[in-house]
Design a protein around this ligand. Structure first.
Ligand SMILES: Cc1cc2nc3c(=O)[nH]c(=O)nc-3n(C[C@H](O)[C@H](O)[C@H](O)COP(=O)(O)OP(=O)(O)OC[C@H]3O[C@@H](n4cnc5c(N)ncnc54)[C@H](O)[C@@H]3O)c2cc1C
Length: 405
C-alpha cells in the first residue's frame, strides 16, 4: 500500500486549493485527494454565485479579510493564465434608505482598512451611469470585483494537481479511520474503496466537515447547519437590466450578503438571489429534499435552537420569501424598480455549510481545528471560493510544518 504524506478529504475549491498549495511548496510530496462524488465541485463550489469578492465586508485583521484581498488577485491571475472565463464586471453595494447610509460608510471604511483598491462612494447619477436601471441614494463602487465559474476553476485545479502527480480518487468516500495509537505512527483511513495510509489528513469536506471531524476523534464546539440559497434567473430578453453586480447593504448580524443581482459568465445570464433558509438535508438543494435524521439533528442542536430564538423574525421572513415569489420580487424591486415577476424564472440553488457555535452564534470567520495528524476546515463560508488558492497556501504551510515535525 502506498504511504501518502497528505490525504485530503473533499474535492471542492478548498480541497484542491490545498493540493496546489502543497505541490507548490514541495513537488515531491505524495498527495491523495478523495472525493465522494463522481465529479469535482459538486457542492458549495459548484453551486455558488461565481463572484470574485474584493474584500470589502470583512472585519479588518480577520482571516476572511486577509485571505480575500490576496485571494482576489491570485484568482484573477489564475483565470487569466489558464484562459478560464473571467469578467471584471464591477459591483455596486447600494443604500436605498437613509438609515442604511451609516452602514454603507462603514463598509467603505472597512474596505479601505482592508486595502481594497479603487473603492469609490458614489451618488445617484453615477449609480445610473454604471447601472442605468438601478435605484439608490448612495453606493459603494468596487470596479475590481469580477465573475468566474468556480466549477471550471476547480476542474482546472484538479487537472494541474493530477499532472503534478497527485492521486485524485473520485467516487471515494471517507468512512472511518484507525487511530495511529493503535496501528503505528500513520493514520489509516477507511474509504468506500479500500484503505489509505497517510501521515496527515486534511478534512475539507464542506457540508460534512463536522461529521468527518467527529469520526476522526475531534469534538468541535460547533455544528454545520445547512442554509439553502435559492436563485431566480432573469429571462434572457431582460438580461440588459443588469450590467454587473448589484448588492444591497447587508444586515451586519448575518454573514450572508442579502439577495443581489449577479451577472454570470454564462452568456450574460443574470441571477437574482440567494436567499437563506434552513435546508432540510445537508445536500438538500430543493424544498422536497428532506433527510429526517439530518433535519432533526439541525433542529435539536442547542446552538441552532438559541440562534432560532434570537432570529425567529428574520427566519420567518426568509421562509415567506422562499415560498412566495411576490415577496422575493418586492425585495428585488428596491434595487431595480421596473423589474416584474414575469421577468424572472426559477433558477438554481446552493447550500451553505454554515457553522453555528454551541452558544448560538453564527461563526463568521474561517474556522480550523488541528490534531497532531489532522487539520480540519470547519467553516469555509464566502469568500471561500475567491480565496481558495490563498487558503490552500495557508493550510499547506501548516501541513508541511506538521509532517516535518
Ligand atoms: C449559495 C452560495 C453562494 C456563494 N457565493 C460565493 C461567491 O460568489 N464567491 C465566493 O468566493 N464564495 C461563495 N460561496 C462560498 C464558497 O462556495 C465556499 O466557501 C467554497 O465553495 C467552499 O469550498 P469547500 O471545498 O470547502 O466545500 P465544497 O465545495 O462543499 O466541497 C466539499 C467536498 O467534500 C466532499 N465530501 C464531503 N464528505 C465527504 C466524504 N466523507 N468523503 C469524501 N468527500 C467528501 C463533497 O462531496 C464536496 O465535493 C458561496 C456559497 C454558497 C453555498
Amino acid at each position: 500500500m502506498t504511504l501518502y504524506d497528505v490525504t485530503i478529504i473533499g474535492g471542492g475549491a478548498i480541497g484542491f486549493g490545498t493540493v496546489l498549495g502543497l505541490q507548490r511548496q514541495n513537488p515531491y510530496l505524495k498527495i491523495c485527494l478523495i472525493e465522494k462524488d463522481e465529479v469535482v465541485s459538486n457542492h458549495q463550489t459548484g453551486h455558488n454565485s461565481g463572484v470574485i469578492h474584493s474584500g470589502i465586508y470583512y472585519k479588518p485583521g480577520s482571516l476572511k479579510a486577509n485571505f480575500c484581498v490576496e485571494g482576489r488577485a491570485s484568482m484573477a491571475e489564475f483565470c487569466i493564465e489558464n484562459n478560464l472565463k473571467y469578467d471584471k464586471c464591477g459591483k455596486i453595494i447600494v443604500a436605498y434608505e437613509e438609515e442604511e447610509l451609516p452602514r454603507l460608510d462603514n463598509l467603505y471604511e472597512r474596505g479601505i482598512a482592508n486595502k481594497v483598491k479603487d473603492l469609490e462612494l458614489i451618488g445617484p447619477e453615477r449609480i445610473k451611469e454604471i447601472e442605468p436601471h438601478a435605484a439608490g441614494l448612495k453606493a459603494l463602487y468596487s470596479p475590481n470585483t469580477g465573475i468566474v465559474d468556480y466549477r471550471e476553476i476547480t476542474e482546472k485545479y484538479s487537472q494541474i494537481a493530477m499532472e503534478n502527480g497527485a492521486d485524485i480518487r473520485l467516487g471515494t468516500s471517507f468512512e472511518d479511520f484507525w487511530d495511529p495509537k493503535t496501528v503505528g505512527q500513520n493514520l489509516v483511513l477507511e474509504t468506500s474503496k479500500g484503505t489509505i495510509e497517510t501521515k496527515l489528513t486534511i478534512n475539507c469536506s464542506g457540508l460534512q466537515s463536522d461529521l468527518v471531524a467527529r469520526k476522526m476523534g475531534v469534538a468541535p464546539k460547533l455544528q454545520i447547519i445547512p442554509f439553502r440559497g435559492e436563485y431566480y434567473n432573469l429571462k434572457p430578453e431582460k438580461k440588459d437590466l443588469v450590467n454587473g453586480l448589484i448588492y444591497p447593504v447587508p444586515d451586519p448580524k448575518f454573514p450572508f450578503l442579502g439577495v443581489h443581482f449577479t451577472k454570470t459568465v454564462h452568456d450574460g445570464l443574470v441571477e437574482a438571489g440567494p436567499n437563506a433558509v434552513l435546508a432540510y438535508a445537508r445536500e438538500g438543494y430543493k424544498k422536497i429534499n428532506i433527510n429526517p435524521k439530518e433535519l432533526l439533528s439541525s433542529l435539536t442542536y442547542p446552538g441552532f435552537v438559541k440562534f432560532g430564538l434570537q432570529n425567529w423574525m428574520t427566519g420567518l421572513k426568509e421562509i415567506n420569501r422562499s415560498y412566495r415569489k411576490g415577496v422575493f420580487v418586492r425585495d428585488l424591486k428596491r434595487m431595480i424598480p421596473e423589474i416584474k415577476s414575469s421577468d424572472l424564472m426559477s433558477g438554481g440553488s446552493g447550500v451553505r455549510a454554515q457553522a453555528i457555535g454551541i452558544d448560538g452564534t453564527m461563526i463568521d470567520d474561517f474556522a480550523f481545528e488541528f490534531t497532531d495528524k489532522s487539520i480540519h476546515v470547519l467553516n469555509a463560508p464566502s469568500p471561500g471560493a475567491t480565496s481558495s488558492l490563498v487558503i490552500g497556501k495557508y493550510i499547506a504551510n501548516l501541513a508541511i510544518e506538521k509532517i516535518s515535525s
